[in-house]
Every structure is written in C-alpha cells, then in structure tokens.
Design a protein around this ligand. Structure first.
Ligand SMILES: C[S@@+](CC[C@H](N)C(=O)[O-])C[C@H]1O[C@@H](n2cnc3c(N)ncnc32)[C@H](O)[C@@H]1O
Length: 341
C-alpha cells in the first residue's frame, strides 16, 4: 500500500472538514462517504463472497469481538464514523498538555484505526500519541500497515494484540483519553461496558470516548416515526411529528457510573425501573432507545446509525406494569428486565 502526498492531503482535507465545529454530524455525510471510499480504495477492501463476513470473530468472556471484516465495515456507518472522529478530536483538544503529548488508549482499533487516523492527519506527535489494542492480530496488522503508509508511525506509543478487558496499563503510561467503540445497540452483545470498567478503573482521571451511552425506555407510536411523502415529491422533507411517551432511563455507561459500580463483583450491574401508564393506548409499543454522547456536543441521534436504532421489547407488558432492568455481564452482555408489579 503506497500513499502519495496527494493521499495525505486528501486525508487532511477530509479530516479538517469532519472536525469543523460549524458543521453538524448530519451535514457531514458527503465527507463521510468520501472518507469511506478513500480508505476502501487505498486498502483495496473487497468482499470475498465465499467467506462469511463474521468469520474471524471471537466470543470473549466479556462479549463478542467482531471480525476484522465487520470492523472494517463500521466505516460505512457514516454518521457514527463522523460523530466519533469529531468527538475524538474535540476530546484531544480538551486534554492538551503543555509539557507532553496527550496519551490516548484506543481499545479495539479495527483494521483502519479509523477514529485515530484523522487526528493524526491534523496534529503532530508532540501533541498526541496513541496506544492501539485489538484482540485480532489481523485487524491490528492492517491498522499498522495503514499508519505506516501515511507516515504516522511516530504517533504510536505502542500497539498490542490484546484483550482490552485484561490489559494492564503501564503505570508510566496513564492515558488521558480512553477511546473504544466496541458496542451494538442497547449495549448488547459486545464488550463496551466491560472494557470501560476495566480500563477506567486503572485510569480514573481519563476522559472516556464515548462520554456516555444511555438506554431509555419509551412508548412509541410506530406509525408516526417517519414522514411518508407521496411518490414524485420534490423539495425538503418535513421532520416527522413523532408521538412518544418517555418512561425513563434504564441504564447509563458513564465515568461516574463506572466509579459507582467499582465494588460490584457479580454477574450483573444495577439498572433502572420504569412503569407503564395504567391505561396503555393501543397505538403505543414499548421500545428501548440508545443515546450516545460521543464527546461534548457530538452525539448520535435516533436512527443515525445501527447503534441508535430503536429496539422494541420482546413483548408488550400489561398496562401499569413495572419493569426492573439489570445489565447482565459475561460473554453475552445485555439489558434484561423482569416484570415486578
Ligand atoms: C466495532 S469495531 C470498531 C473498529 C474501529 N474502532 C471503528 O470505530 O471503526 C470493534 C473492534 O474492537 C475489537 N475488539 C472488540 N473487543 C475487544 C477487546 N476486548 N479487546 C481488544 N479489542 C477488541 C474488535 O476486534 C474490532 O476490531
């Protein structure tokens, strides 16, 4: 893989546009598309139809580490990628040090180290350095080859094939930022929570990216979630007038909660309790909504990505029911609930 000066300029141009504070994540879809095309062209990414895209994934005792192919495809989640790149850059800006580079521990870098490369293009190694971890050697090797091709190797403090939930942070390498996007919608199945708990417990002062991931219970009227326009419509599409009832937050992954869970050794974490209204109109169905604050004012809204798609409850509890949630840890992490009243 060879990069020219033009390639470096192209990466800088796209990175600069994506971190522009005057834009919103939704303005940035053209740049995110261009970044996707650029990376996939330069790395010659292609599907082999004879190989399952999940092949090479690993079921860790803290959740699923997705395969290198699926990790590469995360780049195609345009709003997610743009939102995380922006949030990461802003976090570095807030963590800048006068006397040494900001240290970022990037847990689960995937084959593009996607959330680090744009900051490398915009900053210098005396401002920021990265330690990369990925549990899959293939993903790490591909990320290192890309970093090398761009001439960014001086940004690396270290790069290790390791499970982030077992990694011991060297005492003289305390990170200023812990970055990880190892999650699926509703924080299910993948090890984001376990990684945040393990790493933040060793670096309690570090900023976390994402800053928070919360899950809320809502009643949604599915027929009002989208605006349906007649065929042949031209011009702007009006925002949908959604018909929703907020029930309450059921879980939040944040630095404050990680600290509050410090002494919990069991197989689950405490979560919230919500009650349905005593009269439940038929048009409503219960859903869980995932809200992601990547960093500062960079967040992902409902439907922006697979991570923030509303997810319906398996069954509709009776009107007036109270649901007690808990977050189950282990190889298949997820939020579960029982009806308690
Ligand atoms: C969803 S992909 C994200 C890739 C990239 N950071 C991005 O945002 O495009 C998650 C990556 O984290 C890695 N991963 C998952 N769990 C991990 C763990 N416990 N320790 C280290 N790496 C992990 C996977 O192998 C995969 O490459």
């Amino acid at each position: 893989m060879a990069m020219t000066n033009n390639d470096l300029d192209e990466l800088k141009r796209l990175a600069q546009a994506i971190v522009d504070p005057k834009k919103t994540v939704r303005d940035l879809i053209p740049e995110a598309v261009a970044l996707r095309d650029f990376f996939e062209r330069k790395t010659n990414f292609q599907f082999d139809p004879s190989v399952n895209i999940a092949s090479g994934e690993t079921r860790l005792d803290s959740g699923l580490a997705v395969s290198p192919t699926i990790a590469a495809m995360c780049l195609r989640e345009l709003a997610r990628s743009a939102g995380f790149i922006r949030g990461m850059y802003q976090a570095i800006g807030d963590a800048l040090q006068a006397d040494r580079p900001v240290r970022v521990l990037y847990a689960g870098c995937g084959p593009y180290a996607l959330l680090a490369l744009p900051s490398m293009a915009l900053l210098s190694p005396d401002r920021v350095r990265f330690t990369l971890l990925d549990v899959h050697q293939e993903a790490l090797d591909r990320a290192l080859a890309l970093i090398d091709a761009f001439g960014f190797s001086d940004f690396l403090d270290d790069a290790l094939c390791a499970d982030a939930t077992r990694y011991r942070i060297p005492p003289d390498q305390q990170p200023d930022i812990i970055l990880s996007e190892t999650m699926a919608v509703c924080l299910r199945n993948e090890p984001q929570v376990a990684i945040a708990r393990h790493l933040l417990s060793q670096a309690p002062e570090a900023r976390m990216v994402p800053q928070s991931v919360s899950v809320e219970a809502w009643l949604l009227n599915p027929s009002k979630e989208f605006t349906f326009m007649p065929a042949g419509h031209t011009g702007p599409i009006p925002e949908p007038e959604r018909d929703r009832v907020y029930l309450g937050q059921v879980f939040e992954l944040s630095a404050a909660n990680v600290r509050a869970w410090e002494n919990i050794q069991g197989d689950s974490l405490p979560a919230g309790r919500v009650s349905l209204p005593s009269e439940l109109e038929k048009r409503y169905l219960p859903y869980l909504l995932t809200k992601i604050v990547v960093y500062g004012d960079n967040g992902l809204q409902d439907y922006d990505s697979s991570l923030t798609m509303p997810r319906n409850l398996r069954e509709t509890p009776a009107a007036g029911a109270t649901l007690q949630f808990r977050y189950i840890l282990g190889a298949h992490p997820e939020l579960a609930y029982e009806v308690v009243a």
